[in-house]
Write a protein that binds this ligand. Structure first.
Ligand code: SF4
Length: 362
């Protein structure tokens, strides 16, 4: 829309985590007054900016992250996003606009949808003024149509892992979700998933397992530990245990998008996000994937700096254990700040958990 090229600071944050660069960046943000206890995407990203570092330099020759003409936020997932983007708005003196969303909701009510619809419409005058282009409803419908096509294919991609053996795991999902996150609304993303789905059909026809000799199937709740994806992927593979579904990678499924009703459906899709919902909804959601994917155990990642994507702090693991009869494990770590993650302890806990699955399933 409006022909803006879109840049997402969250993805830069994840990139810093995956490159294991965050630990060197966070202290710069802390020195500028940001608490080490808040989102480590935020502190990594602001720290990297203050330090003059970006992994995009080595990858694409960027001198620095791009300076925006306008900044847009939606705080449906957390307050951090708004405060984070405010740093750049103040720094570059560019306009910042956004959607203030209700949170911790159960069912999505029409008054909440109307509230978000009117906030989305309120963005238009600023976007028109900055871009110099008029809002074009047909263009929006086309972007929503392509977003819907992308999200349907992403759902289908993830559902392949419900097959036994799973042809992909959570660690593959964390990589392949790239187009659904960054290119939703573009034709390239749709084509990417069409190719991936063809490859997955072939793998499942041949019963090729992502984890050879798959014994156990796990659901992962919470953020990835970006700097440890490879280590953990190897560990689970050695344990012949596949993480077949996750709350995190499912977050880019937006079933409600409807090109014939773009504003209302975008509002509904943003309000239906897992992070926005209350504990009762979240438990029902996890239950449905555990049942659909024949899951044997659930791992909750308690990410120290992201309470919003951490669901183990209010006894949800105990409730799900009782209700579903599947064991749960809480591991303590963080999305980016590896100083908050004990590899030795986590490996021991995961190995003991798999042993417990082995004993309980005979
Ligand atoms: S949801 Fe968590 S990880 Fe994402 S921006 Fe908010 S605090 Fe950071």
């Amino acid at each position: 829309m409006f022909d803006f090229a879109v840049y997402y600071p969250e993805n830069h944050g994840a990139l810093l985590g995956a490159k294991r660069a965050s630990t060197d960046m966070i202290p710069c943000a802390v020195a500028a007054g940001y608490s080490p206890d808040i989102c480590s995407y935020l502190t990594s990203d602001i720290g990297a900016y203050l330090k003059g570092f970006t992994p995009l330099a080595a990858a694409y020759g960027f001198k620095a992250i791009p300076r925006p003409d306008v900044i847009v936020f939606n705080n449906n997932q957390c307050r951090e996003v708004q405060d984070w983007f405010m740093f750049f708005a103040r720094h570059w003196r560019v306009p910042i606009i956004g959607v203030n969303s209700p949170r911790v909701i159960g069912g999505v009510k029409s008054c909440q949808i109307q509230d978000v619809v009117s906030q989305l419409m309120d963005l238009i005058p600023t976007l028109e003024a900055v871009s110099g282009r008029k809002f074009d409803m047909d263009k929006l419908k086309e972007v929503v149509r392509l977003s819907k096509a992308c999200t349907e294919r992403w759902r289908k991609t993830l559902e392949f892992s419900c097959l036994s053996p799973a042809p992909m795991t959570f660690f593959d999902h964390c990589i392949h979700m790239g187009p659904a996150v960054l290119l939703r609304g573009a034709k390239d993303a749709v084509e990417y998933y069409d190719d991936l789905i063809d490859a997955l059909k072939e793998l499942s026809r041949e019963k090729i397992a992502a984890v050879p000799g798959e014994r156990f199937r796990i659901y992962w709740d919470g953020m990835p530990i970006w700097g440890k994806l490879s280590k953990l992927s190897k560990l689970f593979s050695e344990e012949r245990t596949a993480i077949v579904a996750s709350t995190y990678c499912n977050s880019w499924i937006f079933d409600s998008l409807d090109p014939d009703n773009p504003f209302e459906s975008m509002a509904r899709a943003s309000l239906e996000c897992f992070n926005v919902r209350d504990e009762t909804f979240k438990e029902g959601y996890i239950r449905s994937w555990v049942e659909r994917c024949d899951v044997h155990g659930i791992i909750f990642h308690d990410a120290k700096t992201c309470p919003y994507n951490t669901n183990s702090r209010f006894a949800m693991p105990r409730r799900l254990e009782r209700e579903l009869g599947v064991p749960t494990l809480v591991i303590h770590g963080d999305l980016n700040d590896l100083r908050l993650f004990s590899e030795e302890q986590t490996v021991t806990n995961i190995q003991a958990f798999v042993e417990q699955l082995h004993e309980s399933r005979g």
